[in-house]
Design a protein around this ligand. Structure first.
Ligand code: FES
Length: 498
């Protein structure tokens, strides 16, 4: 299989994106929202309804990077309910399910209000395992109990898959949509009330002065700044509290798709959904295979998914493969609210459950800007201090940072290796006594970049499956030739003089 450097999702493959112009010249607003994925758009919709003047910008197209790479599954629980209950208790788990359920309702309301053509439908969610051994059964029982303690109605009705499950339960009334079509449709409907600019990167924010500056030097004055950028760009304390993972997905036309619904096979770490594509064919979407950002395995995770899909489904066309980034909070609750500055709002740490948290973030931030502090705002505050609930995740995150900050700097002998670097490959090499992020393009030209991530100076690592440089410390990613793909870094890798 060919290995393009950036692999677009099923939604990007079929979706049409309406162009929004870049910002040209200075601007002023009540609220500047940075990031036009689902979190930014839902927040903009709520603030516009409240009568505030909103400016929404994104460095890329509307739909964001990660929203358009998601599965489009909307569900009230989180992906590991037993873990949530054991860390926080069933009271908090219940509230989480209620907040996420309200988020789903608010998205559904927008679909109907604006008549958005995004394939929204209510579907059941199935949680299952394939194995029946005692250990798997015990884990399944714990998860079932956690769902029930969180107030979810669970029924034993396995459905819609071409393979047997050892144990399963379903919950009704969850939902699915095409996340890119939702964002594009909502942006088009908001365009009269919210100023939306794609292709506009915010380089700096001076919260005290109430002014942001774009990459092209334009100033934007605002009373509030919302960083709906998946991970807040620049330095933010929450970055030390999050593990960063990449997760892969594949989609292909199939003879018979899974029945409509969300199918989570926990012991094999696979999520499946079916659907009908814009071409009228039945499609399978299969998600799984995670690894830490910057620690890409040798075997292509996307190809492993395709092999897995072929075992159970008759694929009828070339698969589409893509991946997405996940920021997982150390204590398993996202960070939503303001931290260092009262007028800077962040929404991050959504883990694999992002679409549902987006609506919670929009509500908390909109209400917070209006001076109303919900219970969710207190629980999800980025300023919370939860050492016992965070300990494992915090230790793992910072051990990873130290390993890559120090270990990757230890000298290695690779002089002369640049000549033998094949086309399409990259590697960290010592060239002329300098540690170099070296990439040879398909035409045979060698690109020599500084391997220092501009965020906090960890060494980036080569991801050969996606032809990117990925930072293992906090998840910034760069193209093979050094352009910034996603933060928290706010600029690309520097070229090294030949
Ligand atoms: Fe923080 Fe690279 S993302 S050092």
């Amino acid at each position: 299989m060919s290995q393009p450097s950036l692999r677009g999702s099923l939604w990007r493959h079929y979706g049409q994106t309406r162009p929004f112009p870049p910002l040209a010249g200075p601007a002023r607003a009540d609220v500047l929202i940075v990031g036009a994925g689902i979190t930014g758009l839902l927040t903009a919709a709520r603030l516009a309804d409240a009568g505030l003047d909103v400016l929404l910008v994104d460095a890329g197209p509307v739909g964001g990077r990660n929203t358009a790479q998601s599965t489009g599954n909307l569900y009230a629980p989180v992906s590991r309910m037993a873990d949530l209950v054991s860390r926080w208790g069933s009271g908090v788990a219940r509230r989480v399910v209620q907040w996420r359920g309200q988020s789903l309702l608010s998205i559904e309301a927008l679909v109907h209000r604006y008549d958005l053509e995004c394939g929204f439908s209510r579907v059941p969610m199935q949680y299952g395992i394939q194995q029946r051994d005692a250990e798997a059964t015990l884990r399944f029982d714990r998860e079932l109990q956690a769902y029930q303690r969180a107030g979810l109605r669970c029924a034993h009705h396995p459905f819609g898959l071409p393979f047997a499950l050892g144990h399963s339960f379903t919950i009704p009334d969850q939902a699915q949509l095409d996340p890119l079509a939702f964002c594009q449709g909502l942006a088009s409907r908001l365009a009269g009330r919210v100023r939306i600019h794609a292709g506009t990167r915010v380089a700096t924010i001076d919260a005290g002065a109430g002014v942001a500056r774009t990459g092209t030097g334009d100033t934007i004055r605002a009373a509030h700044f919302v960083l709906a950028t998946h991970s807040p760009s620049g330095f933010n304390l929450v970055q030390a509290e999050m593990e960063v993972h990449r997760e892969y997905a594949m989609a292909a036309p199939v003879a018979v798709a899974p029945a409509p619904g969300i199918h989570w096979i926990a012991d094999r770490h696979r999520s499946l959904r079916g659907g009908t594509g814009a071409d009228g064919r039945s499609w399978l979407v299969l998600v799984g295979e995670t690894h830490r950002a910057g620690e890409t395995p040798v075997a292509d995770p996307g190809l492993r998914l395709v092999e897995d899909a072929r075992r159970h489904f008759q694929l009828q066309g070339e698969p589409i493969i893509w991946s997405a980034q996940q920021f997982r909070a150390a204590d398993r609750l996202p960070y939503i609210g303001n931290s260092a500055h009262d007028n800077v709002w962040v929404a991050t740490g959504f883990g694999p459950d992002g679409l549902g948290w987006a609506g919670v973030a929009a509500s908390v931030i909109e209400q917070g800007i209006q001076g109303v502090h919900q219970e969710a705002a207190r629980q999800l505050s980025p300023m919370r201090f939860t050492p016992l609930r965070s300990a494992g995740g915090w230790l793992r995150t910072n051990a990873t940072v130290m390993k890559h900050f120090i270990g990757d700097r230890l000298p290695r002998s690779s002089e002369g290796a640049a000549e033998s670097l094949p086309a399409g490959e990259g590697a960290l090499l010592d060239i002329g006594g300098k540690r170099t992020a070296a990439y040879r393009d398909d035409a045979g030209d060698l690109h020599e970049l500084s391997p220092l991530c501009p965020h906090l100076k960890c060494l980036v690592q080569w991801n050969g499956h996606e032809r990117t440089w990925d930072c293992p410390c906090h998840g910034s990613r760069f193209s093979a030739t050094g352009q910034l793909l996603e933060g928290p870094a706010s600029e690309g890798l520097s070229p090294l003089a030949p």
